[in-house]
Ligand binder design. Sequence first.
Ligand code: GLN
Ligand code: ZN
Length: 767
Amino acid sequence: MKEIALHVPGFPRIGAARELKHALERYWRDELSDNELEQTAAALRARHWAAQRDAGLDYVTVGDFALYDHVANHIQLLGCEPARFSFGTAETPLQRYSIMARGRSGRDECSCGSAHAASPALAMTKWFDTNYHYLVPEFDADTLFNLSSERLFDEVAEAQALGHAVKVTLLGPLTFLWLGKGLDDRLGLLDRLLPVYGEILARLKAMGVAWVQLDEPILGLDLPAPWRGAFENAYWQLNQAGAALLVATYFAPLEENLSLACRLPVAGLHVDGVRATHELVNVADWLPAHKVLSIGIVDGRNIWRTDLDLALARLAPVLDKRQGEVWLSTSCSLLHVPYSLADETQLDAELKGWLAFAMEKLDELALLRAAIATPQAPAVQASLAQARAALAGRRASPRVHNAAVAERVATLPADADQRPAPFAERRALQQQRLNLPAFPTTTIGSFPQTETIRTARAAYRRGELDAAAYTTAMRAEIAHAIGQQEMLGLDVLVHGEAERNDMVEYFGEQLAGFAFTQNGWVQSYGSRCVKPPIIWGDVSRPAPMTVAWSVYAQALTDRPVKGMLTGPVTILQWSFVRDDQPRSVTATQIALAMRDEVGDLEQAGIAVIQIDEPALREGLPLRRARHAEYLDWAVRAFRITAGTAGAATQIHTHMCYAEFNDILPQIAALDADVITIETSRSAMALLDGFGSFRYPNDIGPGVYDIHSPRVPDSREIAALLRRAQAVIPSRQLWVNPDCGLKTRGWQETLAALRAMVAAARQLRLEA
Ligand code: GLN
Ligand code: ZN
């Protein structure tokens, strides 16, 4: 067997200190020139390539860098910038790129001097089942492709000049088309697209690039037959260009596409050895001996130290079988994990020893190779022993396991997820208690997070504001929000969430079993990063988390104030989750902790409690066959949280990212008394599904878009509500904005809510 080579499918690009974020934001504020931005980018690339080489990787990956998004890079590379932007020669490629990413709001904001109509940015959507968002390519029947950017080739030259052995990564043509929108028959564009890929590959070959990785993660999806059928011929054509091609799949097992992937006429295949471990031996069987098999054995999606003994045991039968070359790699691009543990000075040492971020994962790859090549070498033995000890410590740690939590999960009564009465009965009891008008008005939870609020929160965090002063400041904000809502005449009020910086972090910080990093940033989109909490142990709730704020708010008014919680699935979905127990178990633990909070809010006299689950849908597995299992435990987790509430307590839930049509039975199974959803941007079209499904409980379709500062007028809101009435019986309808208002200013918020309340009153008159 030849020596094993090492590579990664991609590396994070935002910078260990988020240099790219800061540079981009300064560039957008015109504080940085094109040149300065490009210099920052080049410095980051150089650093990331050096890290890969220094860790002992055989190739550095070029083409994974992007100033905003890698899919957007492909739109420029392939010359398919949507015609609607009507770009002329006045804009530089970088200006066009920024406009596609961020939109153009009108001629006065355009620096090119010519007149442009406003054009919204490209849509953004989730990259497979990750929390990364890509810019969606737009196609139509006339879309043409041309090799239109030198950026990739410049980056290759840059890496070569630094003396690196280069592997280029590109999105494969089929995945690129699949990810787009605007045209149903996107596959029909393939014949126009392939020659451009051919040209790119030929240029790379001429530059001396040995390997080109073509990412085709759609091979892990339920692909329609024509898409599957297109692969072989497409890759046959691409293979003519001469560069050695490595087709990369990740995020899911290949299943029925396994033999297709193995048969493709290319030089190698990368598979996800973490999410598709059980397929490794099969792939080793199917993949012809002359091809390279790249095994993504180190998890690119999570932050845990690899169990190296387990990894070696999984690799052994594959290595035994394989005649051909084997590479080791991370399962997918490291884009989805933070940079390095090196700067985490505040994480406790034991927990830190259980983790591996991007830099540490590079070292794990090197160690795995060494353990295969020279298992007896003392240095290898020592490193393995150290890794083993950390892992054994984690397994045995009394901190991870909480007997009371385990006991509670194990002995949870079967009906813990049942409300005490069916919806119709609950509704009557709640109406008696709350006495709400028809078309009740409410908001989703947060009110504007002003500079004052942010400053106070930051000062408190830094210890510059003591707890008493902080409480006073937040109470003033709550009182202000309550006063404004009373003045507006809203029916169900909220306290405004001034004390929350983030809807998951706020709870994670108060729950046992969670840790927070100082610097564990992961790119979400463009310059935006998130710092997901790490769920490392059994989850429990040492003390009430929201009760004091809610009680304070409720005491200020006779109207009901909603308690405001984040649901268990959303907390799970937006965190790094334990890998030593099923996600469903962690979800149940979080559900029980949040259930305690529901119970305490109710005890404290709070009559309406909202449990937000905006991430419920995004947790859906990539393969349809696995949807039912996920929805089963996810719905149950929500129901366990809500299940403790008495019949007269009204449970709300809220979800933003819509497209619920395929999961309506499960949405209904949540059995929330009221669900609020985002619908205004689809002009209520999203309600149609709820209508034809005869959604049984109350529903608040968002009546205006909170993502824009535009203030709607009451006629337009009333018109939307009449549309809603056409599909949902009036008695089930609530009136509310699409989502929380924290990103808005007070002035526009008040104006919009005034219009909303007026529209609800108008509808009451019409009833
Ligand atoms: N209650 C939250 C808010 O209003 C909900 C946010 C969300 O759905 N993403 O901010
Ligand atoms: Zn929302």
